[in-house]
Design a protein around this ligand. Structure first.
Ligand SMILES: [Mn+2]
Length: 426
């Protein structure tokens, strides 16, 4: 679907209004001594990976209500991400879930990615479900299972993921484990950690030297009494056990309510151990809501810590892999992703505006009010015209969601793929 010309035509209709807004914010920021084009360049450079499993309508255990036109193959998933990227110019990669997205013809797939201006971000292993024909069950765990044969099968699966990733020039393996216990007494905590660590070490040794293993944590679900990797401390301890190619991954939906996620982010970056970030929107838990839809101020405070550490030369943290990890069940998945991308960029843009020298001075002087007001002032600044300008300069849409609707993209996808097409994997 070639939509470039249509995007430009759509931009024409909003050009005057955009120029007005951009001039306003430009002047405001210039008066504060900020380099407006420099900020626009940083927004343009910020790229968010889209996971293959977010392109179909998400489900809950109670039901699934697909809206039609879902991608029927990995190739169509790539085309959907290509569409998002054409509109926003901010999502130039896709994350694959193995075995949902096993590439059958890697050479052809690489060509297909290139045509869309995309690359593979990470490969994600799946040992939380049993696959047809699988020898051993993951019912009681995978890498931390009591049975060495089950652990071996899970290790082999992860090594296979690395092989699939290598064929597509990926460099990141993301591991999230469902291992844990539903009842007290079910699992020996220390032995479970040790089995998990040693199994991860076997996978770690199979990684090429330029690869990173991201270790994701989650406090509960699917196991409700304990998870083997429930928190950032456990991820961190496993990274320390494994070596420098292992990094912790923070998923916004993987914390208990009111957890101070911004502090976790700051800690991990201080230790040089934050490798990846999954965007999600959460009210209670892993809710998969649109990023930034529920607690925008907290989201800003998290981004404030990310940008603070990223802009501090004393912090030795590798560049982060950014990905949206949400799969919506009541919105059009592509609209939900565009909305998330806009919310992420907007919040990032705000964090870029923080006067770090003034904030540091207020903190050193224990001027509580001044420090807080610096953040609140930035949070209240409307940065949307900066995003629109970044997208315009990069060839995208001034208003990606508006363009998506007015170009009738979902309707076209339904015509092409049918009303009842179902994305693989979900
Ligand atoms: Mn995640």
């Amino acid at each position: 679907m070639v939509i470039q010309d249509n995007i430009q035509a759509h931009n024409e209709t909003a050009r005057g209004t955009h120029a007005f807004h951009f001039q306003h914010i430009g002047e405001l920021l210039s008066r504060k001594g900020l380099d407006v084009q420099g900020i626009v360049e940083q927004i343009k450079a910020f790229q968010i990976a889209i996971p293959s499993w977010a392109l179909g309508t998400g489900g809950t255990r109670f039901g699934r209500f697909p809206g039609g036109g879902e991608p029927r193959s990995l190739e169509e998933k790539i085309e959907d991400v290509g569409l998002l990227h054409q509109l926003s110019r901010s999502c130039n990669s896709i994350s694959l879930h193995i075995p949902w997205d096993v590439p059958k013809d890697p050479a052809a797939l690489k060509q297909h990615l290139q045509t869309q201006g995309l690359s593979i971000d990470s490969v994600n292993s799946n040992t939380f479900q049993d696959q047809p024909g699988q020898l051993h069950s993951y019912k009681f765990g995978s890498l931390a299972h009591t049975d060495a044969a089950v652990r071996r099968q899970a290790i082999e699966h992860n090594i296979q993921c690395i092989e699939h990733g290598r064929a597509l020039e990926a460099r990141v393996l993301t591991v999230w484990l469902a291992d844990g216990a539903n009842f007290p007494g079910q699992q020996h905590f220390r032995r479970a950690w040790q089995r998990c660590a040693e199994a991860l070490a076997d996978i770690y040794r199979a990684m090429p030297p330029d690869w990173t293993m991201l270790i994701e944590y989650k406090p509960y679900e699917p196991n409700f009494y304990s998870m083997v990797i429930p928190d950032w401390g456990t991820s961190y301890s496993l990274c320390q056990f494994l070596g420098q190619q292992a990094q912790a991954l923070v998923d916004l939906g993987h914390h208990l309510p009111n957890t101070n996620i911004e502090q976790i982010v700051a800690r991990l970056m201080h230790f040089g151990r934050l490798g990846g970030f999954h965007f999600n929107g959460s009210m209670y838990g892993d809710d998969d809501l649109t990023t930034g839809s529920i607690k925008p101020y907290q989201f800003f405070l998290i981004f404030n810590e990310l940008v603070d550490a990223m802009s501090d030369p004393a912090v030795r943290n590798p560049p982060l892999a950014w990905m949206i990890d949400a799969s919506h069940n009541s919105k059009d998945p592509l609209e939900d992703l565009l909305q998330s991308v806009q919310n992420i960029l907007n919040t990032y843009a705000k964090a870029l505006l923080v006067d770090r020298a003034a904030l540091a001075a207020a903190q050193e002087q224990n001027d509580v009010l001044a420090a807080e007001e610096l953040l609140r002032d930035v949070f209240a600044t409307d940065t949307r015209a900066l995003l629109a300008e970044a997208a315009r300069q990069a060839g995208g849409a001034l208003d990606p969601l508006g363009a998506y609707r007015s170009l009738g993209i979902r309707e076209q996808l339904i015509t092409q793929r049918g009303k009842n097409s179902v994305a693989t994997g979900l």
